[in-house]
Design a protein around this ligand. Sequence first.
Ligand code: F0G
Length: 460
Amino acid sequence: MPTHPPEPFRIKMVEPIKLIPREQRHSALIGAGYNLFRMNAEDIFIDLLTDSGTGAMSQEQWSALMLGDESYAGSRSFNRLARTMEEIFGFKYFIPTHQGRAAENILCAILLKEGQSIPSNTHFDTTDANIRARKGRPVNLVVDSAYDPTDKSPFKGNMDLVKLENFISQTGAAKIPFGMLTITNNAGGGQPVSLNNIKSVSAIYRKHNIPFFIDACRYAENSYFIKLREPGYLDISTREIAREIFALADGATMSAKKDGNVNIGGFLAMNDGDLFLRAGNELILREGFLTYGGLAGRDLDAIAVGLKESLEEEYLSYRLAQTEYLANKLNEIGIPIMNPPGGHAVYIDAKAFLPHIPQHQYPAQALSIELYLEGGIRSVEIGSVMFAYPDPETKDMIYPSLELVRLAIPRRVYTQSHLDFVVETLTKIATRKDNIHGLKIIEAPELLRHFTAWFKPLES
Ligand code: F0G
């Protein structure tokens, strides 16, 4: 019987949520064009759409907001964040941004030219789209085990080093303005990357003089996975592990909405002074001055506190155990999921759960719609809606290997009974799963279509 960890906090403020009647859920879905991003949050009971910006801040973070210094330039808040950045990441420079994709945009704006490629283990949606938007090519070189939801390897987020070497020699380092690594690998199930792998990736990029940027969104969870799973790290603190990771890179992009545990914020960090100047100019043009980016001073203070709290091991041990609790319960009732579970979410393998729905009819989208209809639960599709793109030459659709429904767990927000309700809902759906139909897309933009597409259910 899986056990849920006792939360290392108690609840001081509550936000009511409500399960609206089934007929109303059905009408809400129709109104939203069967796209859960288009729904009103008040029509959602348990919102597992994302762990991004949806966490509960601590009393220390709320207190820090009150100290926010809103000076346009050189604020105390910026200096406090800079000290935390130095302690945790150790990069020479950073610029605050309003969220992760703004950092990605700036990095691509100053380094990426048309026709160039950016390798990573797996780029997440906005990184992928920011590269495509500048006519670059995002390339995913994760280990093959990442594509097998039943493979229990401990570090399924690892870069495949042979694929990376081959890719660089075929493409030529001159056509790779920077290389990336996403920790943890969100598009591939929230799987961690081992420190050993990060060392090797760094060595390969350095050998070819390719600047190495880490997508650090969930670096604290990744660091804690290293502590638990990688031989030799059990007695090393998560904070030291994080230091070791970032010492291997030339810079990082981060959405602080994940392991910064804030509702808004991010940064782009680097060691190269020239790059910092160029990034700073781009920031001033589009986001804001060097010492606030697109944020208020108080936001910088909340990030400074949140970054430190996210590295606390008591919190991390609860966080990963909560995700594991949900995963174990779903394993117990036979729902196929990506195993072992990731840090921030449980990913249902929709291809295995709904084998009668072909990829072009979006099985993961169909399952996410059922989760809402049955239990008012909002999840997110990470499959062909999010990641199928036409081949640039043949225009044939290239479908991703995985069709996943992600149940992302906001930090410090939901309790064991909420997760039990998710399990009960999936138990009910499983009894009638053969009658679930796919969908078709009626209207969608070219990039990041999952956010705004309109769907229609197929009747049979
Ligand atoms: N990189 C990764 C790995 C992410 O998961 C995200 C966001 C971003 C970059 C972009 O950050 O949203 O602050 O601009 N992922 C969210 C999610 C939205 O639901 O997983 P952002």
